[in-house]
Design a protein around this ligand. Structure first.
Ligand code: 5AD
Ligand code: SF4
Length: 475
């Protein structure tokens, strides 16, 4: 009997995974009988929007095979979708694994799975193999679509199941997804990164750049819209180089124009843009678009041309500033946000002042500031001159102060305006309020009820609170 089923395992994807989902259902039902209730799961996401989207895919599969969502990590199946972009992302995972191991001692039937970027690092796998034997399943970023098959393996095999691929050219579509929000969704348009910025581990853990075909992306968005989605976020490590390696090359600007035509879709966002690949064509499309949100995340990383060269970013300070001017001219109301790294090896006070200069000139609406974190295997990790910790801390504080003052000033300037807002949720602290997002990504809280969630309405921005507003509905 077992052999007969085995002979029928489809080789093609996604059919193979649907076969394993059926098989997993059997095991999960048996577990439910033993427990006298449905078994529960908890997916914890670390890191970026890409990981958040991946977690929705994991959740989709878990629900399909019969697990129920738990409120917290006291669940029958806990999954950590990890990040490794900075050392503290890894530390969080190691810390929480400690707690999980204690919990598992009292709940031996519990399963623990680890996946995501951190699992693509060989040293991490070594450490897990040696000292974290209580983990049941480890997989990486390239084979996440195999989750159902791997779950079945944990029911059928003894010991840790480990499946990590170095890279892949495969994109598997059409597996179940459970969206966190009914009215908005991320949509992957590409995977991986080819840029090799010298500090960054992403190209090593997410592999080479692969774009999805435009027709697959459009079809997915059409389905999402039919299912109630009004806002999408196109996701890629470097969306501006989308489509270059397709059999029939397509530019990101061309893709956006196709997405714009989808009826019923109201708002389009995208993440992340690399300044070196941001084309005039894209700026023009953004200027004309009715649906692309007035927000551009444009990572600066450093304002010093010398450091930018060391970072392998392929633009200098002047080129970045020129680009900002062009964008502001074409899309006057646009909000600009950025990522900045402080303390890159060899960064001098002079270099840092160049960064401050760009920040002061651009006046970002918001900025994520990071302390440089040494990532093993990246070129920057072997640069000797590390910046002393106290110097980095001092620069970081100065930068943060400037960034916060600019953001508050930019927000203040919007006070009194009426803006269209997508209502996202009932306010957690005060349930008389709802929370929504403006096209430019600012947040506003205003009196309203649950039935407004998912709707786009006009809201007057009455009071600025630094990074967010209080407002009221305009009928
Ligand atoms: N150290 C600090 N910040 C980093 N980032 C990427 N790698 C590192 C690193 N090694 C930041 C960059 C990137 C963001 C997602 O994380 O600013 O844009
Ligand atoms: Fe990392 Fe640079 Fe790729 Fe962004 S573009 S993921 S910073 S290598």
């Amino acid at each position: 009997m077992e052999n007969k089923i085995y002979e029928q395992v489809p080789q093609e994807e996604p059919q193979r995974q649907f076969y394993y989902m059926e098989k997993a259902k059997g095991y999960v039902n048996a577990l439910a009988e033993k427990l006298g209730r449905r078994p529960t799961f908890c997916v914890t996401t670390f890191g970026c929007q890409m990981n958040a989207r991946d977690s929705e895919k994991l959740t989709g599969i878990l629900e399909t095979i019969g697990y129920e969502a738990a409120e917290n990590e006291e669940a029958d199946f806990v999954i950590y979708n990890t990040c490794t972009v900075r050392e503290n992302a890894n530390n969080k995972v190691w810390g929480r694994l400690g707690y999980l191991s204690t919990y598992k001692k009292h709940h031996p039937h519990m399963k623990i799975a680890l996946c995501g970027c951190m699992m693509q690092e060989p040293e991490v796998i070594e450490k897990l193999r040696k000292s974290y034997r209580f983990v049941d399943l480890i997989f990486g970023t390239h084979n996440i679509y195999k989750f159902a098959e791997l779950i079945v393996a944990t029911f059928e095999q003894k010991g840790m199941v480990i499946d990590i691929w170095k890279d892949t050219d495969k994109i598997v579509e059409d597996l179940p997804v459970d969206r966190k929000y009914s009215f908005k969704s991320g949509v992957n348009i590409m995977f991986g990164c080819n840029n090799f910025c010298s500090y960054c581990i992403v190209p090593y853990v997410r592999g080479r750049e692969r774009s999805r075909k435009p027709q697959d992306i459009i079809r997915e968005i059409e389905h999402l819209v039919a299912d109630g989605v009004v806002e999408i976020m196109l996701l890629g490590q470097n969306v501006n180089s989308y489509g270059k390696n397709l059999d029939t090359p397509v530019t990101f600007a061309e893709l956006l124009q196709e997405v714009e035509k989808i009826e019923g879709l109201e708002r389009i966002r995208f993440m992340t843009s690399h300044p070196k690949d941001l084309s005039d064509e894209l700026i023009e499309v953004m200027g004309k678009s009715k649906k692309i949100c007035k927000h551009l995340h444009l990572p600066l990383q450093s304002g010093s041309s010398r450091i930018l060269k060391e970072m392998n970013r392929h633009y200098n300070k002047e080129q970045y500033l020129t680009l900002v001017d062009k964008i502001r001219k074409a899309v006057p109301d646009i909000a600009l946000t950025t990522d900045i790294i402080v303390g890159f090896p060899g960064e001098t006070e002079e270099d840092f002042l160049e960064t401050m200069d760009v920040v002061k000139r651009v006046r970002y609406d918001s900025a994520f500031t990071f302390i440089y974190s040494k990532r093993t295997g990246t070129p920057a990790a072997s640069i000797k001159e590390q910046v002393p910790e106290d110097v980095v801390k001092d620069r970081f504080d100065r930068l943060l102060k400037e960034v916060q003052a600019d953001a508050a000033e930019r927000a203040q300037a919007l006070t009194g305006r009426t803006e269209s807002v997508l209502v996202e949720e009932v306010n957690e602290q005060d349930n008389h309020l709802v929370t929504g997002r403006l096209s430019n990504n600012f947040i506003v809280h205003f009196p309203g009820t649950k039935d407004l969630v998912g709707k786009i309405i006009n809201v007057k921005l009455k009071e600025c609170k630094g990074f967010y507003f209080y407002g009221e509905i305009v009928e």
